[in-house]
Design a protein around this ligand. Structure first.
Ligand SMILES: [Zn+2]
Length: 244
């Protein structure tokens, strides 16, 4: 792990409401190879601005973005970013499970469709659940369905040796199939909230699940709340960097 050339940088840890009412960017992280961003994971409310702020030395968004599902806190900034980057000559590529991709193209992109087709806006590789697809830098991605109020998929990234390097649940309540799948990876990121919730796991439910190199996102807590009240839990905070 120490000589890994991959790391992620946390962009936000909140949900839709915390993005708007508390100024916390939605749950998202950037993947980097040798310090250079190459893929964004989710692009919800507030995340686009966070990318511009945290990576001022890069003049454009990375070409690749993974979208777990069509909720505003995971894809709300997507229409604007795809449109601006396309106009600047950086046509992005959206990695999402097939049905999620269809929903993004049909509903999330609707605001652009009188002027541009979805194919003009971005590339949309067709990816079946559980199918292994090349992402970038020798990594492949496989999606696995979560259990959530909107169709949502977690994923695992594997290296060229087939080693699972990074797993993310996306939004989901506790689901043993999804969790077993994610936990193949050396570094695992779980969606969870402080209080029990029908569509998200809670901190209490994750207590016995979390192993070394497991982290929690989607909690909507500020960095000072995390430091003062939840230091015993591996809650991610914005700007945190993790090697995978
Ligand atoms: Zn959601």
């Amino acid at each position: 792990m120490q000589d890994s050339q991959f790391e992620l940088v946390v962009l936000g840890t909140g949900g839709g409401a915390s993005a708007i009412y508390d100024g916390l960017a939605s749950s998202s992280f950037m993947l980097l190879h040798q310090g250079t961003p190459f893929c964004l994971v989710d692009l919800g409310l507030g995340v686009g601005r966070e990318v511009v702020t945290q990576f001022p030395q890069f003049s454009q968004f990375p070409r690749n973005v993974i979208i777990t599902h069509n909720h505003s806190d995971h894809s709300g900034d997507l229409p604007v970013v795809l449109r601006v980057e396309q106009a600047r000559g950086n046509k992005m590529q959206v990695f999402a499970a097939k049905e999620v991709s269809r929903r993004l193209q049909t509903y999330r992109m609707a605001e652009h469709l009188q002027q541009l087709s979805v194919e003009e806006l971005a590339d949309w590789p067709e990816i079946e659940p559980f199918q292994s697809v090349e992402l970038s830098h020798g990594l492949t991605i496989e999606f696995y369905p979560g259990f959530h109020s909107e169709l949502s998929y977690g994923f695992v990234l594997r290296d060229q040796q087939g080693q699972a390097r990074l797993g993310y649940t996306g939004d989901s309540c506790v689901d043993s199939g999804l969790y077993d799948f994610i936990q193949q990876a050396q570094v695992c990121i779980f969606d969870a909230r402080l209080k029990p919730n029908t569509w998200h796991a809670s901190f209490a439910e994750l207590k016995d699940v979390l192993k070394a190199n497991a982290y929690i996102i989607g909690h909507g807590l500020t960095a000072s709340q995390v430091q003062q009240e939840f230091l015993s839990l591996p809650l991610l905070v914005a700007s945190q960097r993790i090697t995978f």
